[in-house]
Ligand binder design. Structure first.
Ligand SMILES: Nc1ncnc2c1ncn2[C@@H]1O[C@H](COP(=O)(O)OP(=O)(O)OP(=O)(O)O)[C@@H](O)[C@H]1O
Ligand SMILES: [Mg+2]
Length: 253
């Protein structure tokens, strides 16, 4: 069990790629972000500004050319189950059932027998009850997203990286899963970094929203969301926060 608070420190990150013609693409330059404790932090910015790049760096799937990145004071050197990444397209294991997808990490860590009941708990929490034996091609897009989220949360990661996990879903399904994410976060007490293009979703879920510049991605500003849960999307303060994020996004050169 994790008792102490895990912090994430990103300082002056630089990540340069090469495009197909060999030209430099500066995805991130001077990107800094500090997260303490179990915060849910939103990342919003124009397409191509380096949001997914940043998540991949935190996940340990890629390395920066400059700057520093650490979790709990330790530099990130590679992937680790303490940091879970959930992609936009769910990316489930097609050959495994919903149950086995969710149980996958427990089996890999050889704790499945002791923790089997947690699979059922998460299935129930995410509204997947009755679909345990279904394969990914037999479930809806919303169920696939929930399965992917449960597969990540079951590992009790310190940091959960969500890369537009709900962007392909209809508004009603999104709203349901947003509440389920809040529920899971309340139990998990992890750092969540949520990349989304949906400002309302960010204000609904996050404690803080980081607005990024167009490429090269840097932090333009941030908006603290000091509203208690459950949040009312129609309330004046909620709408004012949406406006504040839009204002920051709109102020780009
Ligand atoms: N492996 C790679 N090789 C070359 N260029 C890359 C690579 N990964 C990302 N890039 C480039 O880096 C930039 C940032 O990409 P990234 O995927 O981080 O953007 P993003 O903010 O997630 O965009 P979106 O909102 O569209 O998902 C883009 O210009 C992209 O083309
Ligand atoms: Mg992306």
């Amino acid at each position: 069990m994790v008792t102490e608070k895990i912090g994430l420190e990103a300082a002056e990150l630089l990540r340069i790629f090469e495009d197909a013609d060999g030209n430099e693409v500066v995805a991130l330059d001077g990107f800094s972000l500090s997260i303490q404790g179990s915060e849910t932090v939103g990342l919003i910015g124009p397409s191509g500004c380096g949001k997914s790049t940043f998540l991949r760096l935190v996940a340990g799937l890629d390395q920066p050319q400059g700057g520093s990145l650490s979790v709990g004071g330790q530099p990130i050197t590679g992937p680790d189950y303490h940091r879970g990444l959930v992609f936009q397209n769910a990316a489930l294991f097609e050959w495994l059932t919903v149950w086995d997808n969710i149980a996958f990490g427990l089996k890999a860590r050889k704790v499945y027998r002791q923790q089997k009941q947690r699979v059922q708990e998460l299935i129930d929490l995410m509204g997947l009850t009755g679909f345990e034996k279904s394969y990914p091609h037999q479930i809806s897009g919303g169920m696939a997203s929930r399965t992917a989220l449960a597969r990540s949360f079951i590992q009790e990661p310190d940091i959960i990286l969500l890369d537009e996990p709900l962007s392909s879903l209809d508004a009603f399904t999104r709203a349901t899963i947003q509440d389920q994410i809040i529920d899971m976060q309340r139990r998990a007490q992890a750092i969540i970094i949520l990349v989304t293009h949906d400002i309302e979703e960010a204000v609904y879920l996050c404690d803080r929203i980081i607005v990024m510049s167009a490429r090269p991605g840097r932090v333009l500003g941030e908006v603290a969301v000091d509203l208690p849960h459950p949040r009312d999307r129609t309330e004046e303060r909620f709408i004012a926060l949406r406006r504040a994020v839009m204002h920051l996004l709109g102020n780009q050169a």
